[in-house]
Ligand binder design. Structure first.
Ligand code: CP
Length: 308
């Protein structure tokens, strides 16, 4: 349960931690920051709080936007990159957490290649953990900024038809988006080659659209995912060229439906899942998603700082 101004859980590990009331609270707070942010001025929400940005896997958008969000809220922040840390000398994850805790840190933004690491850390600290992407599991802040972008574009999420297309098997963005969009009453469908769909799809019971043409026809929004070659086992695709031919999104397909909205969490493999010319398509919201990411992460840091 949450009262009017407090999130229902003192952390954010997955999209299922969020109720519709939580999402409304986060959107309202993000909109407040959007409306009131002035260059050169800071909000004081996180004054006296230290945020650790613990990224055990590469990131551009999530790391930089959390860093900016923390700074704009007057937090102290420290940045941790696993490749230049004592993990390379054999220090364990739990000792790394204890070491950072001993520096009087209260909030942790965690990205890790393994699913479940944010949960493991949350059960071993009194600090507040925000999941910034764990393995193939969840990326809840991405789902929130995607939903916020759609809410601002359409003025609603209820009943919106969103097709998630591409490499669903390896995508934490897909998992978090499916959960959050359904929490908010959107209709979700998937479009992907069978080898890139999770085996236990029945847990979602979602319609599967057979190709991108069918997806364009059905959807209000096409959320295109990156082909995650770094997580892929061999044999899942005959070739990248074939994936691109049958499941890549072309400019011609978009041109047929001018009102269709396109989103992608980034980074984009142009020429694989998306034709580069689509980036100049009027309803391509990829850059808007990035801009909204800063305000959504400010909102989350501010709301979760109440639990510190
Ligand atoms: N969308 C996303 O998580 O991008 P980064 O990997 O650059 O953070």
């Amino acid at each position: 349960m949450n009262n009017d101004n407090t999130l229902s859980k003192p952390y954010l590990l997955g999209a299922d931690d969020l109720t519709p009331q939580d999402v409304k609270l986060i959107f309202d707070k993000a909109q407040f920051f959007m409306d009131n942010f002035k260059r050169g001025e800071k909000f004081s929400d996180l004054k006296g709080i230290t945020v650790a940005l613990a990224f055990f896997e590469p990131s551009t958008r999530t790391k930089l936007s959390f860093e900016l969000a923390a700074k704009r809220l007057s937090a102290d922040s420290i940045s941790f990159a696993s490749s230049s840390s004592s993990l390379t000398k054999g220090e364990s994850l739990i000792d790394t957490l204890r070491t950072i805790e001993a520096m009087n840190v209260q909030m942790y933004v965690v990205r890790h290649v393994n699913s479940g690491v944010p949960l493991f850390l949350q059960t071993n600290t009194n600090g507040v953990i925000l999941n910034a992407g764990d393995g193939k599991h969840e990326h809840p802040t991405q789902a929130l900024l995607d939903a916020f972008t759609l809410y601002k574009h359409f003025g609603k999420l209820q009943g919106l038809k969103v097709c998630i297309a591409g490499d669903i098997l390896h995508s934490r963005v897909a998992r978090s988006n499916i959960t959050l969009l359904r929490t908010m009453g959107a209709d979700v469908a998937l479009c992907s080659p069978g080898t890139l769909l999770p085996r236990h799809l029945n847990i979602w019971d979602l319609p599967i659209l057979e190709n991108i043409d069918a997806a364009v026809e059905w959807a209000d929004v096409l959320l295109v995912l990156r082909l995650q070659r770094e997580r892929m086992e061999s044999g899942l695709l005959p070739s990248i060229r074939e994936f691109s031919k049958f499941y890549g999104v072309s400019f011609e397909q978009f041109s047929r439906k001018p009102e269709l909205v396109l989103m992608h969490p980034g980074p984009v493999n142009y020429g694989v899942e998306l034709d580069y010319r689509v980036s100049s398509y009027p309803n391509c919201l990829i850059q808007t998603q990035v801009t909204h990411g800063v305000f959504i992460r400010m909102a989350l840091l501010s709301l979760l700082s109440k639990f510190v």
